[in-house]
Design a protein around this ligand. Sequence first.
Ligand SMILES: C[S@@+](CC[C@H](N)C(=O)[O-])C[C@H]1O[C@@H](n2cnc3c(N)ncnc32)[C@H](O)[C@@H]1O
Length: 266
Amino acid sequence: MKIKSLVRDALEGAINIAGYDVEFAKKGVRELTAVDKKVWEPFCREIDRVRLYQQAMDITNMWDTDNFPRQLRFDSLQQTIQHVLQHNIAGDFAECGCWKGLSAYITCHYISEYGGGREFHIFDSFEGGLSDKTDQDDNLRYQLSEQEIVEEKLHFASTESHIHTALEGHDNYHLYKGWIPERFEEVIDTQFAFVNIDVDLYQPTKDSVEFFFPRLSSGGIVVCDDYNMSQFPGAKSAIDEFLHDNSGQVQYFYEVPMGGCIIIKR
Ligand SMILES: C[S@@+](CC[C@H](N)C(=O)[O-])C[C@H]1O[C@@H](n2cnc3c(N)ncnc32)[C@H](O)[C@@H]1O
């Protein structure tokens, strides 16, 4: 009986995801190849998290950045936020690097629904990334020409109004326009529960984790979206150095298999 119900649940899950894939394909994004389908269909994902990701993609007009690894990183992000809120970890939320507001939209949704009056602090230059590339950011597989650097910068450029549009209706967020760490001092006395670091390069990743981790509550979480992403070796170096120097403060470190990492403070 038990085995029967397990099989039924598994089948229903697979059907759910198959349904989701059809809807996904209707959006006009990259078609799933036969191999993709074979690899991904057996995995069931929580449909509410899938829907929120889709809404965020719609609102920020970012479907051209969609792919399965990215979906999985955003699913991890959502689960991590849910964990922090469900366990009442004290403190505000922060994001370093918001671009057009995709992750900010998702984060703000959870804070507004379940955050009980927490505030959301968002830091970005609004001038794109790659400002202060260092040697740690070089990857021989991705050596960029001057022209490519200009293009990459333009690619990541956004404006504050992108964020105001994405977060319309929420009154719990603050935007800090400027190069990290210029404006961190404005939250120097704030306690944090959750910080999402997504600034691609070594120096701002290092500045962000070094500033925010000491201000995290016990059980609070830092996510770094760029960890283990081969385009951004500097982000991994910055986090690895931090972990090496602060291992006693870390309760748990998890490398998200499709990129990104999660650090839980002891
Ligand atoms: C990959 S995007 C962030 C993506 C975003 N989290 C999302 O979910 O769509 C990286 C962002 O980091 C910002 N950024 C990079 N280096 C920065 C720095 N030194 N100071 C402030 N912002 C920076 C860029 O402007 C860009 O918006």
